[in-house]
Write a protein that binds this ligand. Structure first.
Ligand code: COA
Ligand code: AMP
Length: 636
């Protein structure tokens, strides 16, 4: 039997023995006696009586093992023209001191801390300092607007917010402090303090609640690691669901640490001392798992990049970083390579750099579309690996496991289920679908270590969103199929979640914002195909009676409204005013059909439609406006 098959089989047939072995790889304060229990919803809880601290496992442990001088972080910021190297010893020193500073502000085990920062080393310092104290961090991506930050502040009720004075997007300096102030103003919960990292590109004005990062840390004494239970929360990371309220995915500590350590070896084939580069952002799950915790738990060096795939300064940026830092494994989203391909279709920039250190390229966040896959395969001499996962799972569900048994790749497939994940395809009746038949992708309980422990303070929502549809299985929300060789193909979401430039967004949330405009009677927001970003949202709106007829003004107001409420990351730039929307007789808007029409796909008239003429109306309106790519929208 192949190495993969035997390891996979053991992980499914004897999960406790399998994960007991993996747990031994971490430095516990108290090793767990019990490996697996279940909560009252039948959801797995790993290592309930183990005690550890992930900051200790990621930093102190390596320094104790003699890695103090090795680079932990290589920060590269073309947008500020800065580079910085932080060794494990230096990073530990900064983290312990910042943990002391947070403790001085009253942060204790179990308290929440919201972090709103760009890709600077201090973002990692803040996360690890929280972990050191046993406090729960919640990082919010900088592209979200004050309202979104306010929703998270209200839900997480942080004692402290840690922010930077600004972020930098290519050549735009974006002040973050006014966003934080506005969010706190809008929120019913008021954090006691806000720590601000002052950046020279834009210094923030500090108020009575605010503390300057440098001044605060200058006064602080280093804090020791606080032991926590394996099942204690390490962080809450908010992600889009089907409603306007984001879901606070709760990650535990021990299971997460064990899973990440395992994945660094089995999936990414990384050994201590090697360099890992994940071009994502600490605001996303990829950043949590593979910029911060995964590489550091494994004793690797992590590259922290404050820049874009293109325009900072050109489409050769990633190749330069790989060559300069001797990166062994590189991870980003397919959309980044579509941007590079557009600017440098022949890979001229690649020829300027020696990327021989690179052993594999990993892509996730959205499906790796076959044209981009083939372009990369032709360009590079290393495996191009699509792997599938989600914020909820925290690490890959399906991959081509380079550290276990590299397999031939198939365009459009994320290859095979990762050990620990019992992936099934179910039909509508909850029966196993035959090979090649598309169905709902689910994971049989127990989910392996590392996956979500729940939704922050909302067990009902957790049950309804993931557990209720197919009892005994976790619902991923994705549709897909397995082929005869057991390769998994993920084809898209089954809910209102869309994927814009590798960012997960909720059309339901956008509908709430658009529908809240006083001139809008009814609306639908759908994700349509976009050559660069994968998908972009489009709003279809029916104005209220008495609308003055100025469609352009309404469109502009709605675009501004979504940008103001959700943020620029939503990329909501296209609105179409229509007279009616196709609906079923029970009044449900036929969103899937609208998507097909917008994408120019074949569509039939469903028998359930209430008013077939509404379909041709919308069709004509879409054709007339040539709804299309985000590039076109930007020029409108
Ligand atoms: N802080 C503030 N604003 C941000 C931001 C941040 N951290 N990140 C993005 N934005 C803003 C951008 O400035 C842009 O604003 P604009 O409408 O004023 O131009 C908007 O949000 C959309 O940004 P983005 O989707 O990044 O579009 P882009 O055209 O600037 O770049 C790509 C396109 C493909 C190059 C870029 O999206 C990219 O690198 N994607 C990779 C995504 C990724 O790594 N995902 C993680 C999963 S692995
Ligand atoms: P996020 O929680 O932001 O990581 O988004 C998770 C969702 O992105 C998944 O449920 C999928 O819909 C999509 N996704 C992520 N990676 C892939 C992939 N490799 N192939 C297909 N879809 C993916």
């Amino acid at each position: 039997m192949s190495a993969y098959r035997s390891e996979y089989r053991r992980s499914i047939e004897s999960p406790e023995a399998f994960w007991a072995d993996q747990a031994r790889r971490l430095p516990w304060f108290k090793a767990p006696d019990t490996v697996l229990t279940y909560d009252d919803q039948g959801h797995a809880r790993w290592y309930p009586d183990g005690e550890l601290n992930l900051c200790h496992a990621a930093l102190d442990h390596h320094v104790e093992q003699g890695r103090g001088d090795q680079a932990a972080i290589l920060w590269d910021s073309p947008v500020t023209g800065t580079k910085r190297r932080l060794s494990y010893a230096e990073l530990l020193d900064r983290v312990a001191t910042f943990a002391g500073a947070l403790r001085d502000l009253g942060v204790e085990k179990g308290d929440r801390v919201i972090i709103y920062m760009p890709m600077v080393p201090e973002a990692l310092v803040a996360m690890l300092a929280c972990a050191r104290l046993g406090a729960v961090h919640s990082v919010v991506f900088g592209g979200f607007a004050p309202h979104e930050l306010a929703v998270r502040i209200e839900d997480a009720e942080p004692r402290v917010v840690v922010a930077a004075s600004c972020g930098i997007e290519v050549d735009k300096v974006l002040p973050y402090k006014p966003i934080v102030d506005a969010a706190i103003e809008q929120s019913a919960h008021r954090p006691e303090a806000c720590v601000v990292l002052q950046r020279e590109q834009c210094r923030a004005e500090l108020g009575s609640r605010d503390h300057d990062w440098d001044e605060l840390t200058a006064k602080a004494t280093p804090a020791d690691c606080v032991p926590v239970r394996a099942t204690d929360p390490l962080y809450v990371l908010y992600t889009s669901g089907t409603t306007g309220k984001p879901k606070g995915v709760v990650r535990d500590t021990g299971g997460y640490g064990v899973a990440l350590h395992y994945s660094m070896e089995a999936v990414y084939d990384m050994a201590p001392g090697e360099v890992f580069f994940s071009a994502s952002d600490v605001g996303w799950v990829v950043g949590h798992s593979y910029i911060v915790y995964g590489p550091l738990l494994r004793g690797c060096t992590t590259v922290v990049y404050e820049g874009k795939p293109v325009r900072t300064p050109d489409a050769g940026a990633f190749w330069r970083l790989i060559a300069e830092y001797g990166v062994k494994a590189f991870f980003t989203a397919p959309t980044a390579f579509r941007a590079i391909k557009k600017e440098d279709p022949d890979g001229a920039h690649l020829r300027e750099h020696d990327i021989s250190s690179l052993k594999a390229l990993y892509l996730a966040g959205e499906r790796l579309d076959p044209p981009t896959f083939h372009w990369l395969e032709d360009l590079l001499e290393v495996p191009v690996i699509d792997h599938w996962w989600q914020t909820e799972t925290g690490w890959p569900i399906a991959a081509n496991l380079q550290g276990l048994e590299p397999m031939p790749t198939k365009a459009g497939s994320a290859t095979v289920p990762v050990p620990g994940f019992d992936v099934r395809i179910l039909d509508r009746q909850g029966q196993d679908a035959p090979a090649l038949d598309q169905g709902s992708v689910v994971i049989k309980q127990p989910l392996p270590p590392g996956c979500l422990a729940g939704i922050w303070r909302d067990p009902q929502r957790f049950h309804a969103a993931y557990m209720a549809a197919f009892p005994g299985f976790y619902l991923t929300g994705d549709a897909g199929y397995l082929d005869e060789d057991g390769y998994l193909f993920i084809m898209g979401r089954t809910d209102d979640v869309i994927n814009v430039a590798g960012h997960r967004l909720s059309t339901g949330e956008m509908e709430e914002v658009v529908g809240g405009h006083p001139a809008v009677a009814e609306c639908a927001v759908i994700g349509i195909h976009d050559a660069l970003k994968g998908q972009v949202p489009v709003g279809l709106v029916i104005p209220k009676d008495g609308f003055d007829g100025d469609e352009l003004a309404l469109e502009q107001e709605l675009v501004a409204r979504v940008r103001e409420r959700i943020g620029p990351v939503a990329c909501f730039k296209q609105v179409l005013v229509v007279d009616r929307l196709p609906k079923t007789r029970s009044g449900k808007i036929l969103r899937k059909l609208l998507r097909h029409i917008a994408d120019g796909a074949e569509f039939g008239v469903p028998s359930t439609i209430d008013d077939p003429a509404s379909l041709s109306d919308v069709h004509e309106a879409m054709k007339a406006r040539a709804l299309g790519s985000s590039e076109q929208a930007r020029q409108v």
